[in-house]
Design a protein around this ligand. Structure first.
Ligand code: GLC
Length: 444
């Protein structure tokens, strides 16, 4: 079966996304004050009045989205996604639908607008996250819900609510977000559960509206619907968004065509600012995760959780900067690259762009490095970091040993070929292998 019209549209819309590969997720809101993550109200079953204290107090005096944008840019990130509204229902944007928004706090202004402008000015693509659940709106189910802060509070048991009114409210907010800020590149809905999915959100109508206002916008898959179907629902989304994990292999739909995807991960273990969570992943981890994603045709969205003043934690900035340094020299093996048709090698991973196969060597091997099945297929091998030659050679001991295959060729960084040399970059040594023309992966 050929590609469906919808999946072709998906391919077209996601072109920049599949080139850019690396983005910044930003979880920020009132929850930065309690500093116990963005689920704090739900986790602690906190009453509205208590949470409103944070609303009264919210005053992000050091909010400087230009600085955020610079941090993202220096990290080598090419796009960003900011929580315009999270599950607590607080809106960082100016809205006619509720007073529960940033303009009514001490900040006194539309914080989404400044974000959009600052990131755009740095040449980054701009995305907005929007929560489908809403713990502030009186018409959102509370008692008996899966995660509403009042789910177990008997006082909410007989409270009536009109879900339909909530859905209209939500549509209006999405309309505002798609109208007031010029071109938005990506919309990240979060999330569906139980019966609250697809048409419960009036998703077909919503998507129709969004696509009218923002024809090229890319939409994630959390409204519900099966994006892997031959004829996906209109709201099934343009990309799949695995959370806190990287799929074992690239994702394909029922027709066997690859589906764009983006793994989103936290840098410590929290999305929203959590002052006591200091278990940060290091730059090496982030780099290898990014390579892992790209080697399977996916993207990586790395989260930061700015604090109550509006600053991205220094631990995050430092690590991201290191990632950016690596990308400065090795970005060519990431941006615009895709999965390779060659199987994952024992010592690392491959990414590929057309006839350039990038060997990401992360594991120190004994002696020379085997390039399985590549004999006669490589024109030359160069280290990406400095353009220096990597030596291609036959298996050094062919007369005695037989563990090489007839189609294998080997590589080393210096002579003699059977020696073990320390990897020039212990994080990930990238070797550019120029392939004979008929081995391209179709990516130009
Ligand atoms: C989850 C959480 C949320 C977070 C999101 C990021 O769905 O509810 O707090 O924003 O994942 O993927």
């Amino acid at each position: 079966m050929g590609k469906s019209e919808l999946s072709m549209q998906r391919d077209r819309r996601s072109e920049w996304f599949r080139q850019d590969r690396f983005g910044m997720f930003i979880h920020w809101g009132l929850y930065a004050i309690p500093a116990r993550g963005e689920w704090v109200r739900s986790a602690e079953k906190m009453p509205e009045e208590d949470y409103m204290e944070y609303f009264k107090e919210f005053d992000p005096v050091r909010y400087d989205p230009k600085e955020w944008a610079k941090t993202a840019k220096r990290a080598g990130m090419r796009y960003a996604v900011l929580t315009a509204k999270h599950h607590d229902g607080f809106c960082l944007f100016e809205t006619g639908t509720t007073d529960f928004n940033a303009t009514r706090t001490l900040a006194g202004r539309d914080l989404v607008k400044e974000y959009v402008e600052a990131f755009r000015a740095e040449g980054l693509k701009v995305g907005l996250y929007y929560s489908l659940p809403d713990w502030h709106h009186p018409d959102y189910p509370a008692y008996g819900d899966r995660q509403h802060p009042m789910r177990d509070n008997p006082a909410f048991k007989d409270k009536t609510h009109h879900f339909d009114r909530y859905v209209s409210y939500m549509h209006e907010q999405v309309r505002e977000l798609c109208t007031n800020y010029g071109k938005i590149d990506l919309l990240w809905f979060d999330f569906s559960y139980w019966q609250y999915k697809g048409e419960a959100w009036r998703a077909t109508d919503m998507i129709r509206m969004v696509r009218e206002l923002q024809p090229d916008i890319l939409i994630d898959n959390r409204l519900g619907g099966n994006m892997f179907a031959h004829e996906p629902d209109s709201y099934a989304g343009d990309f799949h968004g695995p959370e806190q994990g990287v799929p074992r292999e690239g994702l394909v739909d029922e027709d066997g065509c690859s589906v764009p995807w983006e793994a989103c991960i936290t840098l410590n273990n929290s999305w929203g600012y959590a002052s006591a969570d200091n278990v940060f992943k290091d730059a090496k981890f982030v780099i290898r995760t990014l390579v892992n994603c790209v080697s399977k045709g996916g993207n990586l969205l790395v989260n930061v959780g700015p604090n109550a003043y509006g600053e991205i934690p220094a631990e995050s900035v430092e690590r991201l900067q290191e990632v950016g340094k690596w990308l400065e020299t090795n970005g060519k093996s990431i941006y615009g690259c895709d999965a390779s048709n060659f199987a994952k090698p024992e010592w690392g991973r491959y990414t590929q762009k057309g006839k350039i196969l990038f060997a990401h060597v992360t594991e120190q091997v004994v002696g020379h490095i085997s390039l399985q099945g590549l004999k006669g297929k490589i024109r030359k091998a160069r280290l990406l970091r400095d353009g220096s030659e990597a030596i291609l050679t036959e298996f050094w001991n062919a007369e005695v040993d037989t563990f090489d295959g007839p189609n294998d060729i080997f590589m080393n960084f210096a002579l003699p070929v059977q020696s073990t040399f320390l990897l020039p970059d212990p994080v990930d040594t990238v070797v550019q292998l120029e392939l004979a023309i008929d081995e391209t992966n179709g990516v130009q």
